[in-house]
Design a binder for this molecule. Structure first.
Ligand code: ADP
Ligand code: 5GP
Length: 211
């Protein structure tokens, strides 16, 4: 009975977006879009689950074929959102999560003005550095590049509708979930429900009202 909400979730690398996404899809029936990327898989990452891993040539072909809603370069690699799955899931009324960086986020907002924009921030810069080091998936040089990128990305923070500070994980997950729930109560997302309510009430008045 509801229209699906397209949710853009961005934040500095290491803020905890991926962790929040995993919790959300475990607890609630969200559809998490799987992006395409040219970066190498991290240990344990599976093609089609965390990302669709592609060569630069394959990625270029996807761009040319118009298969991506948006794409961006991030610290030397390309990342993009496949269009088909997102459109399908929205058409089925599912809430769709896009965990993407900010240039891509801005492109999504241009194409989908109703997209809900959420920015996940760490409680402090020091904690961000600790999380990136603690995750141990990048080299010290790569961590430095990501922190430099975070410094540049601060200009996007006030372009988002909500800032969720990921201090306590469970609290951050609940905040993101309730922001989405609230959005989906807006009349635009309840259009079908409104129509059926109108029809049902009109039908009552056509017949014997109290029987
Ligand atoms: P992102 O997807 O934003 O790059 P991750 O989800 O990979 O970030 O999280 C980065 C690191 O921080 C991971 O090691 C993760 O376990 C840890 N982390 C995530 N959320 C929290 C939190 N609320 N408190 C402490 N550590 C966290
Ligand atoms: P990572 O290499 O840590 O998985 O991701 C690096 C950055 O790319 C993160 O900020 C992540 O949100 C972003 N990202 C992941 N998928 C996409 C995508 O499809 N499009 C864009 N624009 N960014 C993405």
């Amino acid at each position: 009975m509801k229209r699906g909400v397209l949710v853009v979730i961005s934040g500095f690398s290491g803020a905890g977006k991926g962790t929040i996404m995993r919790e959300l899809i475990e607890q609630y029936p969200y559809f998490l879009s799987v992006s395409a990327t040219t970066r190498a898989p991290r240990e344990g990452e599976v093609h089609g689950r965390e990302y669709f891993f592609h060569t630069r040539e394959e990625f270029q072909k996807m761009i040319e074929a118009g298969e991506l809603i948006e794409w961006a370069e991030y610290v030397g690699n390309y990342y993009g959102t496949p269009k088909k799955a997102v459109e399908q899931q929205l058409a089925e009324g599912k809430n769709v999560l896009l965990e993407i960086e900010m240039q891509g986020g801005m492109l999504v907002k241009e194409q989908f003005p109703d997209a809900l924009m959420i920015f996940v921030a760490p409680p402090s810069a020091d904690e961000l550095k600790k999380r990136l080091i603690g995750r141990a998936t990048e080299s010290p040089e790569e961590i430095e590049s990501r922190l430099k990128r975070a410094n540049e990305e601060t200009i996007y923070m006030d372009k988002y509708e909500y800032i969720v500070v990921n201090d306590d994980l469970a609290r951050a997950v609940e905040q993101v979930h309730s922001i989405i729930e609230n959005k989906s109560c807006e009349p635009y997302y309840c259009e079908k429900f409104i129509c059926s309510m109108k029809e049902e009430l009109a039908q009552f008045l056509e017949g014997d009202v109290i029987s």
